[in-house]
Ligand binder design. Structure first.
Ligand code: GDP
Ligand code: MG
Length: 191
């Protein structure tokens, strides 16, 4: 089943339809400097990418589209990295939210918690939300312990994962996690 994508991609629609089955949007939220762009950039070099990746790459889109192959099924995930303000009105709601903070910056953790709260308050909890603690490679600069992150995620009923975009640690796992959550949400019998 083909999901609609935004107007700016009109010229791409035809190509996309010939090579993929589904397009899901993932909003990537969090304070500036926590590693959102780095993580997304790391996704584009993942081993899980499908062969038809060139079908969906377009620098004009305000997001990065990548084709992921999971369980022999191709899916396009479109990562939207431009909505720094979670409250900003968007025409199309994403299927999932990646809320990123840096474990080296407590303020970014607080901001992430606020974003989770906002998503909950706006009844968007039926969407998949993944709380991402990035920069775990900077162990000596850590300001937010794993337990705190995990507890916050538990409180908001979202998934929790620790990553290092710099080391490529858990980056594939995050990509698979996002896709699995979306699939699980759309079809509770998945898995
Ligand atoms: P954004 O503002 O959230 O998009 O953050 P960026 O992706 O631009 O990253 C901000 C800075 O943090 C850059 O200098 C990155 O190189 C650095 N950075 C991002 N992720 C990591 C990480 O996992 N470990 C380390 N050590 N640095 C990181
Ligand atoms: Mg960025």
């Amino acid at each position: 089943q083909i999901h609609s994508i935004n107007d700016s991609q009109d010229s791409l629609d035809g190509d996309l339809m010939t090579c993929v089955s589904s397009v899901y949007r993932v909003a990537v939220l969090g304070s500036s400097g926590v590693g959102k762009s780095f993580l997304i950039n790391q996704f584009t070099s993942s081993e899980l990418l499908g062969t038809s990746q060139e079908c969906s790459s377009d620098s004009d889109v305000d997001g990065v589209s990548i084709t992921v192959v999971l369980d022999q099924q191709e899916t396009v995930l479109q990562f939207m990295d431009k909505q720094e303000d979670v409250t900003a009105a968007t025409d199309i709601l994403p299927e999932a939210y990646m809320v990123v903070y840096s474990c080296t910056c407590r303020a970014s953790f607080k901001a992430a918690v606020q974003i989770c709260q906002h998503l909950k308050d706006n009844a968007q909890t039926d969407k998949s939300v993944i709380l991402v603690a990035n920069k775990v490679d900077l162990a000596r600069r850590r300001e937010v312990e794993s337990d705190e992150g995990r507890k916050a995620a538990f409180g908001y009923e979202c998934k929790y994962i620790e990553t290092s975009a710099a080391l490529g640690l858990n980056v594939d796992e995050l990509l698979v996690g996002v896709l699995s959550q979306i699939k699980l949400n759309l079809n509770p019998e998945y898995l």
